[in-house]
Ligand binder design. Structure first.
Ligand code: CMX
Length: 435
């Protein structure tokens, strides 16, 4: 058994009594109330999910296992010669809540290397799709096609105790995570680089190997590490994390749930916003004949978009009420590595003019930029200009967080999810509306 699985097993055993006690002795204690606006409004702010993997404070932003983004980047073991941590070590942190030592990181890296082989049929499945299919369709389909590999399905049908459900789930999660970078890189090379596929180099860490398979030189390996870590988790209620959790709650295996998670991430109000940001910027650039707009010119473009009833992609958030620290971390990277990049300058002007305009318009509860406002700039700078691919990168990162959650969901015996719906007439009755 790997060090990680053994350690996780001990953690789970010691955690279970906490959940059991809450349920058994405090099950009737109220956590909050639900208003009609929350019932109609997408359950915004309703506290009805539990996770210990990450927590999102509206004003501080995300903490992974209690650590802010700068703390996470600082404390985790670094890839030699690199400023960024190992993604492998970050996954150890997500799963166990502890900063790993070098041996722990090595153990996770070995586990991923052992499991990285992608069966040929997965690539064949991708190739059967029309080449102009969206990369997220290719990604979701490829993941779903792997479902026949599920250890969970085999063990469940042979008869598995509820206490052990997490064990084959862990195996499936590790198998899938080990393969995702290669599948994602394959989609990129197949779709945009004349099918010139680059074989993995397992002597590299996960981020380094991904950059290698994408065919993009250093420091893109640093970008990959940063990107996967930043996009991994944002507590449980966002569409992709919630979809993954919801599907898994029916005891569907992780191939079904991560494929579905990718579908949720592919929406323009969620992960696809990183593609939308670049599309919006390119549209403005075209109108400006390639010149960076002045603040006054940019204001006009922002107002034009709002007045035509569209959203400004990359701005706003359902929970955050300040600039997203994931935006900030990427901005810091840009300031260090690409301060003169024209698109970075463009996004900077956008950052100056958009929040006051959204405030003046008075609709968005959060006028500040989110993770997606900045991420495409970095990709574009390193030559990844095919912006409809960007959300696949988000998907690889998000899978680390969602799979850590699903393993723990199973370990703590969280039940099938089933909120209650009521009719409009019932809501009117609750509101005391006379007919
Ligand atoms: N531009 C224009 N209008 C916006 C806006 C934006 N960036 N953000 C919010 N609004 C509008 C909403 O559309 C809504 O309008 P209506 O009252 O007409 O329905 C109003 O402001 C209130 O919305 P809200 O409560 O502030 O925001 P929500 O929680 O409903 O939605 C989000 C959050 C992210 C979907 C929204 O801010 C948005 O559409 N942003 C642009 C798309 C985007 O960047 N998404 C990525 C988010 C991060 C991620 O998940 O990857």
């Amino acid at each position: 058994m790997s060090l990680l699985k053994k350690h996780l097993s001990e953690k789970i055993e010691s955690w279970r009594p906490r959940t059991r006690k809450l349920l058994k002795e405090y099950g009737d204690v109220k956590v909050g109330e639900v208003s009609i606006s929350q019932v109609i409004g997408g359950a915004r702010g309703v506290k009805c999910l539990t996770t210990d993997i990450s927590y999102l404070d509206p004003f501080e932003g995300i903490r992974f296992r209690g650590y802010t983004i700068p703390e996470t980047l600082e404390k985790l073991p670094k890839v030699p010669g690199s400023e960024m941590p190992y993604v492998e070590g970050f996954f150890y942190l997500l799963l166990t809540g502890e900063i790993p030592g070098n041996e722990d990181v090595k153990d996770v890296a070995e586990e991923f290397n052992k499991r990285q082989h992608v069966p040929k049929y997965v690539f064949d499945v991708i190739r059967t799709l029309p080449k102009d299919s969206h990369p997220m369709v290719m990604f979701s389909t490829a993941i779903l096609s792997l479902e026949r590999e599920s250890e969970f399905v085999k063990e469940y049908s042979a008869g598995l105790s509820k206490m052990d459900l997490w064990k084959p789930t862990y195996e499936d999660a590790m198998n899938l995570l080990a393969k995702l970078p290669q599948i994602a890189a394959f989609i990129y090379r197949y779709k945009y680089k004349d099918d010139e596929i680059i074989k993995p180099d397992t002597s590299l860490d996960l981020g380094g190997n991904f950059a290698h398979m994408m065919g993009i030189d250093k420091p893109y390996d640093e970008v990959a590490r940063l990107y996967f870590i930043l996009h991994s988790d944002h507590e449980s209620g966002n569409v992709s994390a919630h979809t993954g959790h919801l599907v898994a709650s029916a005891l569907s295996d992780v191939y079904y749930s991560i494929s579905a998670m990718i579908g949720g991430l592919a929406g323009p109000l969620h992960g696809l916003a990183n593609e939308e940001v670049l599309r919006w910027i390119q549209g403005v650039m075209e109108k400006m004949g390639g010149k960076i707009p002045t603040e006054e010119e940019m204001k006009k473009f922002v107002w034009d978009t709002l007045n035509s009833g569209q959203v400004i992609p990359g701005f706003g958030h359902a929970v955050l009420r300040k600039t997203d620290p994931r935006y900030q971390a990427q901005r810091d990277f840009c300031l260090k590595h690409l301060p003169d990049d024209p698109i970075f300058k463009f996004v900077d002007v956008l950052y100056k003019v958009t929040p006051p305009i959204l405030q003046e318009q008075g609709k968005a509860k959060n006028p500040w930029p989110n993770v997606d406002a900045q991420s495409g700039v970095i990709q574009w700078h390193y030559g990844l200009t095919e912006y409809d691919y960007y959300t696949v990168l988000f998907g690889v990162g998000r899978a680390f967080g969602v799979l850590a959650n699903i393993i723990w969901d199973r370990a703590l015996g969280y039940p099938i999810e089933r909120p209650k719906s009521i009719t409009t007439a019932m809501l009117e009755e609750v509101a005391g509306i006379k007919k």
